[in-house]
Every structure is written in structure tokens, then in C-alpha cells.
Design a binder for this molecule. Structure first.
Ligand SMILES: [Zn+2]
Ligand SMILES: [Zn+2]
Length: 252
């Protein structure tokens, strides 16, 4: 796994990423006294538990120090191993209420999907997404709310940003001390900064990108692709400022 900022690591699980938020010191808002440790954000596909634990161990971290899981949205490539990891470590899972409604029934989504422009998106959709894929159901023990601050990830905590559009209940997470956004699938940075492959409602997704980008952060990490390592909030705002500018193909 790769260290992105003092409190954030990215785990590359193949075509999808997961993240680890580390509490170096308990946050100042730790009135609800969460034990310091790790928060695993997203869990890859079904069967990814060994991969995730192996990456922690290789970095000298103990998987038993994972205190909780947050899933950003219900899609199989983010929730696939949540049931297994939650059970193995006896830890809770947190998510938005709309995500809870789906995953507690073992469903990765219910709305029809719009495939984003471009040949590659159509190909990825045909190969990986069209057939969906059931997940093992798991319970969400804490329903996260737009704007709340979680006392994890160092001073300033983690701000929850409700960002629907790609999928119901989608959350982005802002690590305020590190000025880094866990953008998950609001958009992607696979070949260049661009749309995610699918949206339930792409215009709503665009508004969610702008909502998240209105906060100031330097770096951003994505469910798919590489981190943005500088000027991330400005670059997101510029890229997705209008439907027209977002539709323009990248120059590279
Ligand atoms: Zn997704
Ligand atoms: Zn995804």
C-alpha cells in the first residue's frame, strides 16, 4: 500500500482501490473516545480480504488494528469484502442510509445506469458492470450524515460529504488535517481526470463533484485510477464546471 498523506494510505486491489485512514493521535473531537487505529474505506471485490490484510502486514501494520469499515457506496467493487472483513475482525461498518438500505439486502444497486461517453467506458461496462453481482449482506451500524465530522484521521477529523449521482448514498470523505479528499467514484483518474464509467444520474453526479470540490484540498484519491497530487479541488472544479467542459475529451 502507498502512503498518500500522513494519515492516508491507498491499497491497490487491481482495478479498484481501497483506503486506510490512520489515527496517529486521537482527534481533538474524540469525546466519543474512539480507540486509535485504522478505518478501512471500501473493501474491494468479494475475496479481497487476503489481499487487503497482506498489504497491511507488508507495510508493518496489524490488520487487527482496523477498528471500523466505511463503505463509500454499495457497488460490488467497493463492498465485496465488507461482510467478510467485518466478520473476521468483529468490527462495525458505517455508510450512508441509502447505501445501508441496499447492502443490508445484499444488493449493489437498483437504479438503471448511464454509461459515460467513450469506447473504453462502453467496454468496461460490458465486461465488468452490466451483470452486476450480488454481495454478501452486512449490517450498517452507523448511518453517516452529510456534513458530520468523524473523530478519526488526526486533527480536524474527517468531513462526510454526501455526493449522490454515481450511486445511491455515495459519500466522499475529506481528511481535513491532510487536505486530501477520498473522492471514491464521484469521478475517476484512470487515464486522465474524467467521468466514472457509469452514473445513475450523471448531471447529479457532476453537481456532487462540484459540491466536494468547493472544499479546499490539495490531493484527491479515487476508487479507480491514480491520486491527484496537487491543486486537486481546483482541478476538479475546472474539469467539471459545466457539462460542456466535462464532455470535452482530455488532451493527451
Ligand atoms: Zn461505483
Ligand atoms: Zn468503483
Amino acid at each position: 500500500m502507498k502512503k498518500i498523506t500522513p494519515h492516508l494510505y491507498q491499497l491497490n486491489l487491481g482495478f479498484v482501490n481501497a483506503f486506510l485512514i490512520e489515527d496517529i493521535v486521537p482527534g481533538p473531537d474524540a469525546a466519543d473516545s474512539l480507540a486509535p487505529g485504522f478505518t478501512l474505506v471500501d473493501t474491494g471485490m468479494p475475496g479481497h480480504l487476503p489481499k487487503i490484510f497482506a498489504q497491511l502486514k507488508k507495510a508493518g501494520k496489524d490488520p487487527r488494528d482496523i477498528r471500523r469499515i466505511i463503505v463509500t457506496h454499495a457497488h460490488t467493487d467497493h463492498t465485496g469484502s465488507a461482510a467478510a472483513i467485518s466478520k473476521a475482525l468483529d468490527i462495525p461498518v458505517w455508510a450512508h442510509a441509502d447505501t445501508a438500505r441496499l447492502v443490508e439486502q445484499g444488493r449493489p444497486g437498483e437504479a438503471s445506469l448511464q454509461v459515460s461517453p467513450g469506447f473504453l467506458n462502453r467496454l468496461i461496462y460490458q465486461l465488468f458492470i452490466r451483470r452486476g453481482g450480488a454481495i454478501d449482506a452486512f449490517n450498517i451500524t452507523r448511518r453517516l450524515i452529510d456534513g458530520e465530522i468523524l473523530p478519526i484521521g488526526g486533527p480536524g477529523g474527517v468531513k462526510v460529504i454526501y455526493t449522490p449521482g454515481h450511486g445511491a448514498g455515495h459519500l466522499a470523505l475529506l481528511l481535513q488535517a491532510d487536505r486530501v479528499l477520498i473522492a471514491a467514484d464521484i469521478c475517476a483518474n484512470a487515464f486522465s481526470l474524467d467521468w466514472s464509467t457509469v452514473y445513475e444520474d450523471r448531471e447529479l453526479g457532476r453537481q456532487s463533484i462540484l459540491k466536494a470540490a468547493a472544499f479546499a484540498f490539495d490531493k484527491a484519491v479515487f476508487g479507480h485510477g491514480r491520486p491527484l497530487t496537487s491543486d486537486a479541488s481546483a482541478r476538479l472544479s475546472a474539469k467539471f464546471a459545466s457539462s460542456a467542459s466535462a464532455a470535452r475529451s482530455p488532451s493527451h
